[in-house]
Write a protein that binds this ligand. Structure first.
Ligand SMILES: *[C@@H]1O[C@H](CO)[C@@H](O)[C@H](O)[C@H]1NC(C)=O
Length: 410
């Protein structure tokens, strides 16, 4: 349970119940294999890119040596396609013996020795999305197995199941995970499956009570079309899911594709900035062996990470949108002082010329009488002080995000 106060107005305080496992007090950060490495199990012909303990060990090494760990990235997460097709004689999952010859516990030990944490993947249904054994009828066994392997996070997918069962089934897994006594971040996909099966809107209060993070929209793909579709979904905020984000529980718009193939430099920056505004889990899905210096600089941008990790845990809402063009997003921050906001101005227009957007803090609905002192967020460039009604013009390049931090002035 947390007491969440909206610091800008200081008028509204509400009690928001979250999963009480002490984890994910800020959005989890790490690396997850799915978007970039998928279900490549061909270690014979593609040993460097197949889903294997070698891949996760290598990524853990690079997270440390390339500065990702120091920047806050912590979890090294396995996705689908890690287990054998058969459970053992006692019904337990076993890692594929050829691709994970040392086993998951040894991999967890290795990752822990680097000061990082290990995440694993299972599915609520009879099979995982890629056809590996699911947790249906095995939730207690699987929770115990993961705890016995010292796993730190469980992503629980929802393929091959009836989403109508999820509102009581996902909490059952949470119950068994809790009973192990071993703290594990619980990453759910329950709202996504309700949404994609056109069931009634998810009960986000219940989701938050049972999960540390939850997917609610389609898988991210390596394209601007996919990323901007997710941004639209978060902008519409149907059912008001944004308000359920906070310490202990987060909406999850899926992985970062920064450093992959499909986004321009500015689109990568826009995804990273928007995910920071969303207080989203920051899960890279990139080959850290070959990530370019430009993409790496985006992923390691301290200012943007600080916006994402702000202890208030507020998720940005879209103030308004000019369809096909500018949208304005605001995330309330506790740091460096109460009343600070991060303001994102996203330009979706791909006509090829920057959009000039003229506004003032007053026009944007802000009320601090002393006005605001403003810094551009990506480059940490001071922009000066602005009186409340003082007009200013921002130029935003095509398919790019302009972001600023505004601190109230006395
Ligand atoms: C289990 O739940 C209790 C009560 O909500 C909580 O205090 C405890 O930290 C939880 N334990 C784990 C391992 O999640």
């Amino acid at each position: 349970m947390i007491l969440q106060c909206l610091l800008v107005s200081l008028l509204t305080c509400q009690v928001v119940y979250s999963l009480d496992n002490g984890l994910a007090l800020t959005p989890p950060m790490g690396w997850l294999s799915w978007e970039r490495f998928r279900c490549n199990v061909d270690c014979k012909n593609d040993p460097d890119n197949c889903i294997s303990e070698r891949l996760y060990m290598k990524m853990a090494d690079l997270m440390v040596t390339e500065g990702f760990k120091d920047a806050g990235y912590e979890y090294v997460n396995i996705d689908d396609c890690w287990p054998s097709m058969e459970r053992d004689s006692e019904g337990r999952l076993v890692a594929d013996p050829l691709r994970f010859p040392s086993g998951i516990k040894a991999l967890a030990h290795y990752v822990h020795s680097k000061g990082l944490k290990l995440g694993i993947y299972e599915d609520f249904g009879s099979k995982t999305c890629a056809g590996y054994p699911g947790s249906e009828f095995y939730m207690e066994t699987d929770a115990k197995t993961f705890a016995s392997w010292d796993v730190d996070m469980v992503k629980f997918d929802g393929c091959n199941s009836d989403p109508k069962d999820m509102p009581y089934g996902y909490p059952v897994m949470e119950f068994f995970m809790n009973k192990t006594g071993h703290p594990m971040v619980y990453s759910c996909e329950w709202p996504l499956y309700e949404y994609s099966h056109k069931l009634p809107p998810p009960d986000y209060a219940a989701v938050r009570r049972n999960c540390n993070q939850w997917r609610n929209y389609r898988d991210v793909q390596d394209s601007w079309e996919s990323v901007s579709g997710i941004i639209d979904f978060y902008g519409k905020d149907e059912g008001g899911f944004a308000q359920y984000a906070g310490p202990g529980g987060w909406n999850d718009p899926d992985m970062l594709v920064v450093g992959d193939f499909g986004l321009s430099y500015y689109q990568q920056q826009a995804q990273f900035g928007m995910w920071a505004l969303f207080a989203a889990p920051l899960m890279m899905s990139v080959d850290l062996r070959s990530v370019t210096p430009e993409a790496k600089a985006i992923l390691l941008n301290k200012n943007i990470i600080a916006i994402n990790q702000d202890p208030l845990g507020n998720q940005a809402v879209r103030l308004f949108e000019v369809p096909g063009s500018i949208s304005v997003w605001v995330k309330k921050l506790a740091l460096p002082k109460p009343g600070t906001v991060a303001i994102g101005i996203l330009n979706k227009d791909d006509a090829g010329v920057p959009v000039k957007y003229k506004t003032s803090f007053q026009d944007l609905g802000f009320t601090n009488k002393g006005g605001y002192s403003v810094t551009e967020a990506f480059e940490n460039k001071p922009m000066g002080s602005f009186a409340l009604s003082q007009a200013f013009t921002i130029s935003v390049d095509p398919t790019s995000l302009f972001m600023m931090i505004a601190q109230p002035r006395p």
